[in-house]
Each structure stands twice: as structure tokens, then as C-alpha cells.
Design a protein around this ligand. Structure first.
Ligand code: FE2
Length: 409
């Protein structure tokens, strides 16, 4: 009879082990997984009260992770010195009487009583102490057979590995978030440096104070309206800030000349997108196409732009955005050779140049952004705040409505 019972028990234990294997490898959340695993163990050995602890080596404590059948033990923890962990047999059940004379027991006397501990199983993954299980009184015989102890050891080993993997995962997650913080920091430094560069470029040309910054903001507004990915938006922002970097090596006298430029001077100025490209293409930016956007910010859709007279599909969306943003800012700010246009005049000018200088689709998007900003429909306006306030929003809204309706007809 006894033999038969043991056989049944053994089959039950083996099937529980299979369940346990499935639990440990399942995709459940870690805490849920450990809770179910503990429940399987308590079922296997007929122990109604049990608790699982995870080791916090920094604070020398075993912290409660999950439990079954116990009351008012939330937040309970066991104090354990590193040297105590060396006194245990790895993953083997210890009768509480075996450790009663140990100072580990003395330190945690009350906790063990609350936990109704009869058996203590220290959990080790390889040689590392990772946690512990406390088991209460069994419903069947009090002690464990050797075969049961063997099974318990296998189970403890599996739980220890799961705990260990989880702590590795946590450490990894902490590392990733630490790296993310560092990356964010570097990004800020990077942005500040680029911003400083842009200010240096604009400082060289007396008429273009903050030009690069405004071009960057306008380009971002268009790219966002086109629902570009965040990283690509960042790329065009940087391209906007640096698009005129090539002007750094062009003679200031030529850049700031108020009378008509000679052909030589004109071609000198026209070198700047190419020089900008030469400088930027040597930098490994984390954003794609920055140097290309910059190189082609003076191209036109009719192929009459420079430096490469690109047209059609050779012009990417980014190039066309930057070209429009740059030209629009040039129109709405004073230049050595002419006074700025009013917003109404500039909008008419953009409209007039659709299909020749500017891409119609990109311009339409630009008009839409301006319309939303004029109506106060955007979270943060990126174009209007940089323009002179000498316009009537109602007139601009009507004008934009007309242009947009005409373009979509
Ligand atoms: Fe330029």
C-alpha cells in the first residue's frame, strides 16, 4: 500500500516538475511566474504555507517576493550576512532546527515565527546566493523522504536560475537606462555645440542673425506636419542649423555687400552649399542625410538651382523642405540688397514660385502649418513667433484658405 502511495506521489511530483518547467519558461511576468512556481511547490509537497525571498546583497536582506497561505507578512524581510550564506548546502532543504543555533536564525526569530517556517531552502544559482524559500508545516508526514528532498533540490535549482536570470535582466535594464541617460546628456551637448556653430555662422553675416535657427524651426514644422519620424525631424533640425556652415570660409565683405555683386562674387557665394557639404559629410551624424539636405538647399524643382541643378525625384523631401524654409526666411528678413517682404507678400511669392523654385506638395504642407498656427491649432507655433507681428491674422487665415483651396482644386 505504502509502495503504491509512493509511486502515485512520484508520478504527481514528476508531472508537477513538468508544470514547473513550463512555468519557468513561460512568457508570464516575472512575479506572476514565481508566484505560480511557489504554488506548484506547495502543491507537490502538501505545504499550505510558504514564502519566496530574493536576496539583496547591497542591504544584506532577503526581501519577500511572493507567498502563499500566510497573513500579515507583507514587507517582511530577513537579515542575512554574507558569511551566513556560506553555511548552507546549496538548494537543499534545511530543517529549521538545523539552523536554530545559527545567528541568522536568532536575528530573524520573529520573522520565522510569522512565516511558520519548518523548512528553509537557500537558493543558489551556480555559486551565487540569490534567494530562499521558507516552507511551513506539511499536511502529510512532517519530514521529507530522501526522494522528496532530491525533487525539492531540482525545483530549488530551477527557481534559483530564474531568480538569477531576473536579477541579471534587472541589472541589464538598469544599465540600459543609465546608458540612455548618458546618451540624452550627450545629445544635449551635441545640440548645444551645433547651436553654437549656427550662431557663429550667422554672426559672420550681419544680416542673417538667427537665420539658421529660424530655418531649422521652419523645416521642423514642415517635417512634423508630414509626420516624419522623431529622429528624422531631429536630423532636418540639425541640417537647418548647419546649412550655411560653408559661409564660414567665404569673405565677410562679399557676404555683407549691399550693392550689386559681381559675377565672381556671386559664384563665390554660391560655393557655400558645396563647402557646407564638404565639412558636414566628414561628420558621422546619428541622423541620416544631413549633409545631403545641406548641399542641396539652393536647388530648385525646375533644375535651375545650384550646386547640382537637381530636379524631379533627385530632390528628396528633406532637400525641398530645407530649400523652402531657407528661402522663406530670406524673404521675410532684411538682406543687404533688399528690404524684407511682408508675410502676405512672402506667401504670394511662394505661391508664384510653385513648380519652379518650390515643390508644390511641400509648399502646400507649409501653408497648412501656417494656417494651423494662425488659428492657434498647434501645440507650439514654430513659424509665426519668428515673423514680424505687422500682419492681421484674420487676413492671413483668409489668404491661406484661398491658396490651399486653389492648390487642392
Ligand atoms: Fe544658403
Amino acid at each position: 500500500m505504502k509502495r503504491k502511495w509512493d509511486l502515485k506521489r512520484l508520478i504527481f511530483n514528476i508531472s508537477s516538475l513538468v508544470d514547473l518547467g513550463q512555468e519557468v519558461t513561460s512568457s508570464k511576468g516575472f512575479n506572476e511566474k514565481m508566484k505560480t512556481t511557489l504554488y506548484v511547490v506547495t502543491g507537490m509537497f502538501s505545504v499550505p504555507k510558504a514564502a519566496l525571498f530574493v536576496y539583496d546583497s547591497n542591504h544584506h536582506r532577503l526581501e519577500l517576493l511572493t507567498y502563499k497561505g500566510l497573513r500579515e507578512i507583507d514587507g517582511i524581510s530577513l537579515y542575512i550576512k554574507a558569511r551566513h550564506t556560506k553555511t548552507f548546502n546549496k538548494n537543499e532543504p534545511h530543517n529549521i532546527d538545523e539552523i536554530r543555533n545559527n545567528s541568522f536564525y536568532e536575528h530573524n526569530n520573529n520573522a520565522f515565527k510569522k512565516l511558520r517556517t519548518k523548512t528553509f531552502i537557500p537558493l543558489f544559482a551556480k555559486d551565487e546566493f540569490v534567494g530562499a524559500i521558507t516552507l511551513g508545516k506539511r499536511l502529510v508526514r512532517a519530514s521529507y523522504l530522501q526522494s522528496e528532498k532530491d525533487v525539492l533540490k531540482v525545483v530549488a535549482n530551477q527557481m534559483a536560475i530564474t531568480l538569477h536570470n531576473s536579477s541579471l535582466f534587472k541589472k541589464l535594464t538598469a544599465k540600459v537606462s543609465e546608458n540612455k541617460g548618458l546618451y540624452e546628456n550627450m545629445r544635449h551637448i551635441y545640440h548645444d555645440t551645433i547651436q553654437a556653430f549656427a550662431a557663429a555662422i550667422d554672426a559672420k553675416d550681419a544680416y542673417t542673425k538667427n537665420h539658421s535657427y529660424r530655418v531649422a524651426r521652419y523645416a521642423v514644422a514642415i517635417a512634423e506636419e508630414l509626420e516624419w519620424k522623431e529622429k528624422d525631424v531631429e536630423g532636418i533640425y540639425v541640417a537647418g542649423l548647419l546649412h550655411d556652415i560653408g559661409k564660414i570660409i567665404i569673405d565677410s565683405k562679399v557676404l555683407n555687400k549691399s550693392e550689386g555683386l559681381s559675377l565672381t562674387e556671386m559664384s563665390e557665394i554660391k560655393r557655400h552649399p558645396h563647402i557646407s557639404y564638404d565639412i558636414l559629410s566628414k561628420i558621422r551624424f546619428p541622423w541620416k542625410d544631413v549633409a545631403h539636405f545641406v548641399r542641396h538647399h539652393h536647388e530648385r524643382v525646375d533644375g535651375k538651382g545650384y550646386p547640382d541643378s537637381l530636379t524631379g525625384t533627385d530632390l528628396s523631401e528633406g532637400m525641398k523642405i530645407l530649400a523652402l524654409a531657407d528661402a522663406f526666411d530670406a524673404m521675410t528678413t532684411d538682406r543687404p540688397y533688399r528690404k524684407k517682404l511682408s508675410l502676405t507678400e512672402a506667401l504670394h511669392e511662394v505661391k508664384k514660385c510653385l513648380g519652379t523654385q518650390f515643390d508644390s506638395r511641400i509648399s502646400n504642407v507649409f501653408f497648412r502649418v501656417l494656417q494651423k498656427e494662425s488659428k492657434g491649432e498647434t501645440k507650439e507655433a514654430q513659424i509665426l513667433p519668428h515673423l514680424d507681428k505687422d500682419f492681421d491674422p484674420a487676413i492671413i487665415i483668409t489668404l491661406l484658405e484661398g491658396i490651399i483651396a486653389e492648390l487642392s482644386a
